[in-house]
Design a protein around this ligand. Sequence first.
Ligand code: PEP
Length: 253
Amino acid sequence: MAKKIVAGNWKMNKTYEEALALVSEVVNMVKDEVTGDVRVILFPPALYVSTLRSYVKDAPAISLGVQNIYQKASGAYTGEISAPMVKSLGIQYVLVGHSERREYFDETNEVLAEKVNIALENGLTPVFCCGESLQQRQNEDYKGFVKNQLTESLFHLGPEEIQKVVIAYEPIWAIGTGLTASAEQAQEMHKALRDHLSEKYGSPIASGISILYGGSVGAGNAAELFAGPDVDGGLVGGASLKSRDFTEIIKAR
Ligand code: PEP
């Protein structure tokens, strides 16, 4: 069985004081209200993760991650952060291939394969994001497009390694737009991705890989979206910046 996960991507939001307040609220609400075995992952700006470690240390359900790493281990890459640096802080998770990174920073499937590799080499868990644009959904073989993102960035991995990856399906047209995939659309794509994984790695491995849905998940629609049998949780942007909404989403999982 795939792990249930709800992750919050804070993107480039929150000052230091605001970040401390938000993490404190989330920690308290999760401790008081969340039961069950859901893993909560917070992706704050990387600048804050070191400090935030002490805030989450008494909340075993909550882990931290970074929103990006560079594909090299060290060197003259001004402004970047590396997988060994993240590992050295004891941080477990890294987002790889968020659509904003693909769009604004020209991250290709090939570069993302390198990021997945260096994450795994350093014992980090990549949360690999994939998803189609609105135009692709309307005009093209959108399932084929998203499956190809997995093929080109993940399918070089062996059976041991692929099991260490989390996948987040995030239709670009639903990110930050208020538009959400319907529960049927989410389940359809999640099943297509799991079948694709199964064809390559076999069904027992595919069924153990967590596939999260992302795209305008909120307190009001989370339960319906998470009801799909292949939807193992969510990657949440905007609503993860509000502790009450984010906690309700976690409870819906
Ligand atoms: C995201 O950035 O991963 C995301 C899903 O954003 P939002 O929930 O705001 O659509």
